[in-house]
Design a protein around this ligand. Sequence first.
Ligand code: MGD
Ligand code: MGD
Ligand code: SF4
Ligand code: MO
Length: 668
Amino acid sequence: MKLELKRSVCPYDCPDMCGLLVEVVDGQAVRVTGDPEHPYTKGTLCPKMAHYERTVHSPQRLTHPLLRIGEKGGGQFKAITWEEGIQRLADRWKGIIADYGAEAILPYSYAGTMGLVQRNCGEGFFHRLGASRLARTICSSAKGYGWATVMGETLAPHPDEVKNSDFIILWGTNALATNIHLLHNVQEAKKRGAIVWLVDTYENPTAKIVDKVVLVRPGSDGALALGIMHILVREGWIDRSFIDQHVQGFEQFQRTVLPAYPPDKVSQITGIDVNLLEEMALQYGKALAPFISLGSGLCRYGNGAMTVRAITCLPALVGAWGKSGGGLLASISTNKAFNTGRVTREDFIQKPTRIVNMNQLGYALTELSKPPIMSLYVYHSNPVVVAPDQNMIIKGLRREDLFTVVHERFLTDTARYADLILPATSSLEHPDIYRSYGHYGIQRAAAVIPPVGEAKSNWEVFQLLAQAMGFEESFFRQTTDEVINQLIVPPTPWLRSVDLAKLQEGRPVELALPENYKTTFLTPSAKIELYNPNEAEPLPRYFEPYGDDAPFYLMSTPSVYSLNSSFNERPDLLRKKEVAYLQMNSKDAENKKLENGQSVIAFNERGEVTFILKLTKKVPQGVVVTEGLFWNENMPGDRAVNALTSQRLTDRAAGSTLYDVKVDVRLT
Ligand SMILES: Nc1nc2c(c(=O)[nH]1)N[C@H]1C(S)=C(S)[C@@H](COP(=O)(O)OP(=O)(O)OC[C@H]3O[C@@H](n4cnc5c(=O)[nH]c(N)nc54)[C@H](O)[C@@H]3O)O[C@H]1N2
Ligand SMILES: Nc1nc2c(c(=O)[nH]1)N[C@H]1C(S)=C(S)[C@@H](COP(=O)(O)OP(=O)(O)OC[C@H]3O[C@@H](n4cnc5c(=O)[nH]c(N)nc54)[C@H](O)[C@@H]3O)O[C@H]1N2
Ligand code: SF4
Ligand SMILES: [Mo]
């Protein structure tokens, strides 16, 4: 028995992108720990990944291609060979293309793996095929848009900046679950005397480590930000010289926008007491280096992009960008460090095909015509559980004439509706290269164990499909390592800042940031654009989210023990999630004559979902909360939370509005 210690990277859709050390014995991963050499994550992992080997070698892993033998969704399949699976797929697609054209085929993928090759390589294939394209906007496109409206392509602050801040606002983020290493920095700042506030719609689990919680009405943070700026200007707690030098449109903003947001009006919109508004403005305005860590929850509303835009204006007014420890971190983009186009191959698009929004899969499968979607190919995503309007998606997947293929590690709710399932490798079984959206680290990882069963990686499957479809391009004949090399050789200017030999060896390295990057504003005007002439609304303002005709706003937020729909394959983590609770304020429950522990149904015009009621003071009246996405089979009823959410899109960037949803609640 020989024990080998190998390096890898956490592949999940999490800003931390931790470095991993994997102990391998006889081709099996037996233990996974954090890599102490990682410059940012420094050897610590979250509870989900502490036993990644249990996911990788789970008895539930799919190990063979499977063909449906029962009714759609019934979960009955028989094992077939890869050869037969690929042949059936290619034959079916050739028929569909002949009858309807290639746009009748829709790829559906998101972020089951964040590796740059495995995540993106399907695009090269589907562009060549001429399939419909997918707008991949489920997560935070509106947040990116709102930030960019003010800051353009300005580089986001390094997360270590937080350590030097004296006033930190965790704004709409449950960092204890979703961003634990940022929280380490917050703790360090606290030790140095920093004050930490949380702005959220309920006292989420992170509330217990902060100094003060501000509870805001769902979707009203834009008004809150404008109200704080109103007070900052009224009191003169602004940095005039920074504004004069670096900000575009302050005078107009001050004259035409801010007067509309006095504290009493903002208090009415947000539900926040006027005194607390004044205190928040005072803390922010008087801080030496205030830092905002901005979550994505608040961008998933009908006004999400505008909300983010308004909040992004705050640090400009107080000159926070000019101070060590000051600023705002929404998300980090290091896309430009890689030759990404060499994987996504936009040049393969012969004529632009239609774009289907991933948040509207239900409509796409049931209502889209000319041509209708006749085949859906899902890879590293689980739309039945993660995408809005579960009932409509299931209705579409039940169509007898729809040919659904799912490439997966597990028999997810989406895979259950497949006609053909292809088994996927886990990140330990395939090579890739990773970048993070929460820090500036990058890392290449080799496969550390052989594939489990007959599993194949995304890239290997697209190679087989390209061959079966008769694609001649040499692109499809490259090994995964060759594709990875295309991304980094020759190195982009940014990549030249790292030790490339170290990168190639699979060690974690960090992209260097240019000096003074925090005050180098990469916008058309080279200033922070409070006034953006390219927008239909050149100045920020507040408008209302969608809501629904129902009494309770529904928050469906991440759990510490799962990541989107991933990790539900793990009995140890499922036990920790207990059951799908619906948290409700005790007074609301009293008014509805509901009691703790009862089985209740949350419902609206789109669906009904059964939960176990949990009464709490942490959730304000008018809001209900459920933490963690569950597979349908682990719900008390037969549907999960996204049977309640809507396919409506955000104000800009066509994002999801997963939190902009209201429900009523009754006993089952
Ligand atoms: N109500 C509600 N819904 C939400 C959210 C919410 O907060 N509330 N969050 C939303 C957000 S932010 C996001 S980003 C989306 C995420 O949605 P998804 O990106 O779909 O994420 P997961 O649910 O983790 O599903 C990923 C699947 O990929 C599979 N997989 C992993 N690695 C590989 C691989 O290498 N190849 C293949 N073929 N498969 C692989 C996994 O087994 C898993 O089933 O969910 C959204 N849905
Ligand atoms: N353990 C774990 N980690 C994860 C994930 C997971 O599912 N589990 N998901 C991963 C993914 S895909 C993503 S995108 C990130 C997300 O991570 P973040 O963007 O940091 O956001 P979350 O931690 O999801 O927290 C969202 C918070 O927003 C709050 N919120 C909702 N609406 C509003 C509002 O109108 N105003 C305010 N102020 N707050 C509001 C919710 O109550 C919740 O506390 O996390 C990633 N990491
Ligand atoms: S899920 Fe996030 S915190 Fe957990 S190991 Fe992966 S990157 Fe680190
Ligand atoms: Mo996400």
